[in-house]
Design a protein around this ligand. Sequence first.
Ligand code: ASP
Length: 332
Amino acid sequence: MKKHILIITTGGTIAMKQNSPFGVVPNDEFVRQLKTFPMLAKIATIDVHEFANIPSPFMTPMRMLELAQLVEVKSQSYDGIVITHGTDTLEETAYMLDLILRTTKPVIFTAAMRSGSELGLDGPRNIVGAVRVAGSTRSSGKGVLVVMNDEIDAARDVVKTDSGKTDTFVSPSCGLLGIVDPDRVIYYRSPYIHEKIFTDTIDENVDLIKCVSGMDGRFVESSVARGVKAIVIEAFGRGNIPLTMVPSVESALAEGVLIVITSRTHTGRVVAEYGYKGGGAYLKKAGCIMGGDLKGPKMRLKLMALFGKFDDVERIREYLISEQNSLGKVRT
Ligand code: ASP
């Protein structure tokens, strides 16, 4: 029997066309095209729900929460959900939903790098692949997945690695979960780490600051002056920051701001290794939390979910520390 799949559209290049002289912009044909796409009708019974029609740089954590709430409700009536999204922030929205959704039904993000006006457009193939993955019973319980370019990736692992290529979505640390072949959907493995933070609210009062050489503390100070609850620092390498940034980090900690250290490298964990002033071991001793292998943009969203759920710095600190100690365990 054909699976019943809901496609939720949010916008992005997959729903855009070239419109001179404005460039590539959203248009309103996409939903109608999906409803009448013959190849989709052959593989599943499709319904389409338009959540938004925005470029994904316009996506916000609050809209991600609203999208998650919609998916939670709709998933009760469907075998699987496909979400079309812009590629620019797709990995963030997919991760937020992965963290907070309770449903174990397949939830699959897909997108396109090429608009509907370009040669060799990738959108239709990606949508067909995503619907096939959403209809596979083996996709249940794997968390939110991303299907692009015939590959299946876990939301926590995947990143957009190239600004123009169609094979841009890659999981640099862990590799893909599976592939979409012409005759079947194949899984090689399940996600290694699967975090869950069930919450109905988030707190957007979290900043992300990326380290560059010679940086001082002005961004940290500005965040603290704005009253943030937490700052994620994308530090160098194993989790080290410039000496000139240390005084403002220490004052932020003294004011009760949670500081989480991540690495600006593409892969790898932060570790309390270097003991010099500004090194990871020094920062940990000063009260910063080492953020493991999670990269800055996703750690920022995770803290928004944690503050939405607990709104208690000490509880969140303990949560993050115990999580680091149980790295690799499935948390639900
Ligand atoms: N700027 C577009 C977006 O993220 C890029 C894309 O979808 O590929 O909405």
